[in-house]
Ligand binder design. Sequence first.
Ligand code: AMP
Length: 279
Amino acid sequence: MQIVETVVEMQKIRRSLKGSVGFVPTMGYLHEGHLALVRRSREANDHTIVSIFVNPTQFGPNEDFDRYPRDYPRDFALLEKEKADFVYLPTPAQMYPEGYNTWIEVNGVTDRLEGAVRPGHFRGVSTVVNKLFNIVQPARAYFGQKDAQQCVVIRKMVVDLNMNLEMIVVPTVREVDGLAMSSRNVYLSPDERQQAPVLNQSLELAKKLWLEGERDSAKIRLAMVDLIKQSPLGKIEYISIADALTLRELEKTESPALISLVVRFGKTRLIDNILLGKP
Ligand code: AMP
């Protein structure tokens, strides 16, 4: 496994690669969720490139950019074990040199959910993913369903800009108690960690109600709120029941629906979602 730090070196290596390239963009502090993406890439491609870049432009001024967990030696060891071929580890100065001023904005689907509460977040995400795609030129790129809106935004960018790659969405990997794996889970205190599975429990409850025939989004949401309130450390930021493709809120929970929520535990925002029906 080779560690690559500069744009020029990565592009040079890319030009020398024959066969298909699979790409897994990450912010590091890897867990089984990331590794599931790496495995999928390894199965389908001749080469797998994993990037680790905590992208400053997708964090708001009061967000956790500075304290986002980082442990490169541990990440390298995990990726070595998964037989990734390259780890691309650019610096912010490499990605955004002095005078950098080009941005990719996907409109519409970014107005809602995370986009509404994290202004500029998706502009940072789509810009950095676009840059990384240009540098790595993958045949296939792998993203996690855990960040459902990110998947919708990137897919829209890929389609709208005629990008010559296939985007693959991998199901959310969970801890045994159902908590979606996330690099941010390390922020949780033991008490918060104990209550955090309530996100997944509320989504499973919503799915159960839906499978039993409930289609009134207000009723489904209320049942979720009631359940989450039983975990007093969790504060609901939003619960959305939306069309899985447009992300528009649904009064009637018709398939394909995406139920997504953010619950705060102290300073930590936990995000999770479930799909009802095939998108
Ligand atoms: P991040 O490092 O948080 O930016 O995540 C990098 C990629 O891994 C994104 O496509 C995420 O959606 C994906 N990912 C993060 N957590 C999980 C998980 N628990 N299961 C599946 N994919 C995940």
